[in-house]
Design a protein around this ligand. Structure first.
Ligand SMILES: [Zn+2]
Length: 126
């Protein structure tokens, strides 16, 4: 194999090693055992509809909700105060998991691209 090809091949090998390290880091969250809850936790401010309530004068009712999409629809779950910490934690873990999954898809695509380049560098006619 000629010098330029060898040089390119060693760059590809380095790239492949970096991708494998990245893949391992990205998969760390997959080795966890904790529960995941799909959705985002946020604060909702609303009016209740009672004519003389403080909310008609700007004092909106504030509550924490979990929101997620299911079959194309947005679902809402009103979070009881005593479950706020728990659900926040589980929903953050879910988001971490999904981000990792997206990154794994990307890395696998990059690995295949590197493999294709390696193949074309190393291939020769019989
Ligand atoms: Zn009200």
């Amino acid at each position: 194999m000629q010098g330029k090809k060898l040089h390119n091949l060693s760059r590809l090998r380095q790239a492949l090693r970096r991708l494998l390290q990245d893949l391992e880091r990205s998969l760390e969250v997959a080795f966890g055992r904790s529960s995941l809850v799909k959705g985002n936790v946020y604060e909702m401010a609303r009016k209740c509809g009672k004519p003389n309530c403080v909310c008609t004068r700007g004092g909106l009712h504030r509550s924490k909700v979990l929101s997620w999409s299911e079959g194309g629809k947005t679902r809402l779950f009103s979070i009881p105060p005593e479950r706020l910490g728990e659900l926040q934690g589980k929903s953050e873990e879910y988001l971490r998991f999904r981000r990792a999954r997206a990154r794994v898809t990307e890395i696998c695509r990059e690995i295949l691209a590197v493999l294709d380049q390696m193949e074309s560098l190393r291939r020769e006619e019989p």
